[in-house]
Design a protein around this ligand. Structure first.
Ligand code: PHE
Length: 451
């Protein structure tokens, strides 16, 4: 970001920009596959509870300290208390872990867009199409590299504004299309089973892992616990209502994720059988399921093409915000020019991302704690690093710096409606729950305990 700190021109500007960063593959690709895998309704319920408690607490904290200090993560923590600069540094690691593999998925989206554009719908709907594609060597790396280059060009030339403008048209269109496709899906024969699975919680499927998965997803989807919302906050005007903005971003982000689930999960029941294997597909779920839906639809080829184009846009606004964050971290630290920093980060993303992409093909023998490369990086950022950053944020602000920095900042715009609730959440409930869940889930992943 440029040296001079601009701010968003109008009140909606902040919410839209933050929502542009928040709404992306996390909502459209990641949320549905996790919900499918972790028991449907129970995952949805846990996610919603976490969104209004933990999500609210963290987002308001991050945006408030950003706006108060006018600085990004490292500077903000340092300005509040020198001892906690390291929390800022730790937060900065997260976007470096996420960006490479995020762009791998971005590459898959371009590939599907092009496949639909060239009329290959029937091929894309085939059972083995997705695996056949990602297990190749050159093709997925090519689409990934193209995706990275598009993102980098936007960041180098600083034309985010153009993308943001375009996404103001694209986002509402995406919402309309998702609603349309969901209606189509849930009216197919057999879909009701899927709707029930998605909406009715089955408590026997509840475990610590469900909570950890939902929590990691919450951070990821709302761009929390990685310093991004602190930076966004630093650009927010003082007269913009902080509490209300947080609520708007949360509602918007959650609504899109919810709808994406409503579009994909019933489809799994209609087109792929609702058995465990079909539901537990993981990262491939959206790519395997949606082409079957479009193939079944009149004008599905056209609708699918438009759909993947809109997903691509939503993904780009997020990866641009990720890359931009990496670039500004490097620039703040090393004082490099925008161009030099962007090119260096892009090379890093290209190298690490290519390795992740090959993890589905020639490098598929590499397993770390039993996970393939993409799943490993995803686990590392969402289930380990982000919870740790979140815990430290709560403890530092709640117990050392004092939640007053946040509430004073919120109260610049009138009463802080949920102040009491916020204080208890920040000081006690959030950190204690976070620590418990992190310990449980990591022990489980490492095989130290079996639940
Ligand atoms: N929140 C984005 C999504 O849901 C991902 C993201 C994370 C974007 C961090 C920017 C920064 O896809």
């Amino acid at each position: 970001m440029d040296k001079k700190r601009g701010s968003f021109s109008n009140k909606m500007g902040f919410v839209l920009a933050a929502a542009g960063s928040a709404v992306g593959l996390g909502n459209l690709w990641r949320f549905p596959y996790l919900a499918a895998k972790y028991g449907g309704g129970i995952f949805l319920l846990v996610y919603l509870i976490l969104a209004v408690t933990l999500g609210f607490t963290l987002m308001i904290t991050e945006i408030a300290i950003g706006r108060k200090t006018g600085l990004s993560a490292v500077g903000a923590f340092k300005a509040l208390d020198k001892r906690f600069k390291f929390v800022g540094y730790l937060a900065c690691v997260v976007p470096f872990v996420i960006t490479p593999y995020y762009c791998v998925i971005g590459g898959w989206v371009i590939k599907y867009f092009v496949t639909f554009l060239t009329g290959d719908v029937a091929a894309a709907a085939g059972d083995e199409y997705f695996n056949g594609f990602i297990s190749q060597t050159a093709s997925p790396v090519f689409w990934f590299a193209l995706y990275v280059i598009i993102t980098a060009v936007v960041v180098i030339f600083g034309v985010e504004k153009g993308i943001e403008k375009a996404s103001r048209i694209m986002m509402p269109l995406l919402v309309v299309l998702i609603v349309g496709v969901s209606v189509f899906c849930i009216t197919r024969p057999g879909a009701m089973e899927g709707v029930k699975y998605y909406l009715l919680p089955d408590f026997s499927k509840f475990s610590a892992t469900t909570v950890l998965a939902a929590m990691g997803q919450l951070f990821y989807s709302m761009s929390l616990a990685m310093g991004i919302m602190i930076t966004y906050g630093s650009y927010m005007k003082k007269d913009c209502n902080l509490e209300k903005s947080v609520r708007q971003i949360e509602i918007f982000d959650t609504a899109i994720a919810f709808l994406a689930g409503l579009m994909i999960i019933p489809s799994v029941f209609v087109f792929s059988g609702g058995d465990e294997a079909a539901l537990g597909k993981g990262p491939s779920l959206m790519f395997v399921t949606l082409p079957k839906v479009f193939e079944d639809m009149t004008l599905g080829g056209v609708i699918g093409t438009v759909f993947f184009l809109l997903v691509l846009f939503a993904a780009l606004t997020s990866s641009i915000s990720l890359l931009e964050t990496n670039v500004s971290i490097i620039r703040d630290k090393l004082g490099w020019s925008r161009k030099k920093a962007t090119i260096t980060v892009t090379i890093y993303v290209l190298v690490l991302g290519a390795i992740v992409s090959l993890g589905f093909g020639p490098l598929s023998f590499i397993k770390i704690i039993g996970l393939g490369l993409l799943d490993f990086f995803d686990f590392l950022s969402n289930s380990v690093l982000m919870p740790i950053v979140a815990i430290l944020t709560c403890i530092c602000i709640g117990h050392f710096i004092g939640s007053k920095v946040v509430s004073d900042e919120v109260e610049l715009n009138g009463a802080f409606k949920f102040k009491k609730f916020y204080n208890i959440m920040l000081k006690w409930i959030a950190p204690i729950c976070l620590i418990l869940i992190l310990v449980f889930a990591v022990s489980e992943a490492m095989g130290w305990i079996t639940v």
